[in-house]
Design a binder for this molecule. Structure first.
Ligand code: GFB
Length: 314
């Protein structure tokens, strides 16, 4: 991939896609193409094939997906399964037909069995039952991994798959029904501070452990892998994370500190905990020469500043 290569970033308005575009722009890549979902519905095969035929991108970052937190995943399993399967099948197949040099498919660490040993090594895929709150999404993402691998085997393509841990950063979703925990707690704690409320509700027991990676770090890893590592070296897929975990309660306390809120946390156990632990083994990524650089404490401050500057409606 060189600075003039034609690069298509699918999902450029989302948390991941926007971070990839920022990273490419900063590095001087000058031929990036994007489409909004209004201009191109990736769930429609005819539209996707016409787009690839016309644009002939050389490299593709497949960051378009239907995503959401624990509640959205468990409330809309049909949409999560359908939208994600359609988007990835259409884009991967069109990339094959138009002989894209390399494609990077983004999944999620929820593909691992709920009770897999920790930290999660890539080889644990399909060794046990999935977490029920995000089974539909995980099944779609597993299909994406398998599709990239099947295409590499059958057609000699160079399609790689990456499985990021829980992400956060600019352009995150702050809607309390559909967001992930970190942006949800930023909003809840900020609003409790502004409205002088004495408590904030945290879903579940606060005991689940999660790993959080800043979207700028993820983007950097994706661009690094696109430039330096082919499907043969990567194998079936590769984890992208920090290898460090924190409980939801500790995360909430960290956010209270960053936001300057002194009230109490109240745990709402009518809401699901989800998988108890989801810590990635990042040794394969480290061995390929990439390591994260944004520490959680700095990252959450950055995410809170972004929320203050961009997400609060006047
Ligand atoms: O981030 P999250 O929604 O998704 O929730 P998952 C993580 C943990 O935070 C759960 C708790 O134990 C939640 O109960 N939590 C506490 C909250 N307060 C809140 C809150 O206000 N909002 C939210 N959303 N959670 C998702 C999967 O799982 O992770 C996706 O559903 C995907 O498929 C994504 O894999 C990365 O980490 O449980």
């Amino acid at each position: 991939m060189d600075k003039q290569s034609k690069i298509y970033v699918a999902g450029h308005r989302g948390l991941v896609g926007s971070a990839i575009v920022r990273n490419l722009n900063t590095a001087g890549y000058s031929n990036i193409i994007t489409r909004t979902s209004k201009g191109l519905d990736l769930r429609k095969q005819v539209e996707v094939e016409a787009f690839f035929e016309e644009e002939q991108p050389e490299y593709v970052f497949l960051a378009a997906a239907k995503v959401g937190g624990i509640l959205a995943n468990s409330t809309y399993p049909g949409q999560f399964l359908y939208d994600n399967l359609m988007i990835q099948m259409n884009v991967i197949e069109a990339a094959r037909q138009s002989e894209v040099k390399k494609l990077l498919f983004l999944g999620s660490t929820c593909i691992y069995p709920k009770m897999a040993p920790q930290p999660l090594k890539e080889e644990y895929l399909l060794t046990g039952g999935l977490e029920s709150t995000n089974e539909a999404y995980a099944i779609a993402k597993i299909a994406g991994i398998k599709m990239c691998n099947a295409y590499n085997k059958e057609y000699g393509t160079n399609f790689i798959s990456v499985m990021p841990t829980n992400l956060y950063g600019p352009n995150d979703n702050f809607d309390l029904q559909s967001s992930h925990v970190l942006p949800a707690l930023i909003r809840k704690i900020h609003e409790a501070k502004v409205n002088k409320k004495s408590t904030v509700s945290v879903w579940g027991s606060g005991r689940p452990l999660r790993e959080f990676l800043h979207a700028d770090d993820l983007a950097d890893a994706c661009v690094y892998l696109m430039k330096h590592c082919d499907a043969e070296q990567i194998g079936e897929f590769i984890n992208i994370g920090t290898g460090k975990e924190i409980s939801i309660e500790q995360l909430a306390l960290l956010l209270c500190e960053a936001i300057g809120y002194e009230g109490k946390l109240v745990f709402d156990i009518s809401k699901p905990d989800g998988t108890p632990r989801k810590l990635t083994d990042v040794s394969k990524l480290h061995n390929l020469g990439w390591k994260h650089s944004i520490k959680l404490k700095e990252g959450v401050q950055d995410a809170y500043n972004w929320y203050l500057d961009n997400a609060i409606k006047p």
